[in-house]
Write a protein that binds this ligand. Structure first.
Ligand code: HEC
Length: 118
């Protein structure tokens, strides 16, 4: 199944839920867990991210820029997440993520859908 998803991505097929999971695993999964209750790794746990406030994993020590955004009441939604992934540093200058976003719009949309749980 995973091989199929990778093949579809290589062929440039529109990314669906399966592809969102595959892109997440290969591009985000070594830093972020997406399962509820999993401990944070180098990055915060992203389970239940959509609807959660920015900087909302209680087990993770966030940068000042994400802490301030959360304290100001910012919450993640799918559209915001897709924009974030286009250029994470542009949305939150001073971010500690140490990773670029995703170049392909279809990948960004698929990962945002995956993290929204649909
Ligand atoms: C090299 C490790 C690394 C990779 C790869 C990575 N991230 Fe992150 N990510 C982090 C760290 C560290 C933070 C916390 C940054 C801060 O505190 O400024 C973060 C923060 C985030 C946040 C904010 C979380 C919150 O609770 O508000 C989101 C959303 C996010 N990453 C999504 C992703 C996605 C999606 C990918 C894959 C495309 C990805 N990240 C790839 C390390 C990584």
């Amino acid at each position: 199944m995973r091989r199929l998803a990778v093949l579809l991505l290589m062929l440039g097929a529109p990314a669906g839920a399966q592809e969102g999971a595959a892109v997440f695993q290969s591009r985000c999964g070594h830093c972020h867990a997406a399962a509820a209750g999993a401990p944070p790794g180098p990055g915060p746990n992203l389970a239940g991210l959509v609807g959660r406030r920015v900087g909302g994993d209680p087990g993770f020590d966030y940068s000042p820029v994400l802490q301030a955004a959360g304290e100001a009441g910012q919450r993640w939604d799918e559209a915001m997440l897709a924009r974030f992934l286009a250029d994470p540093e542009a949305m939150f200058p001073g971010l500690w993520m140490g990773a670029n976003g995703l170049r392909a719009e279809a990948d960004r949309a698929a990962v945002a859908r995956f993290l929204a749980g649909r």
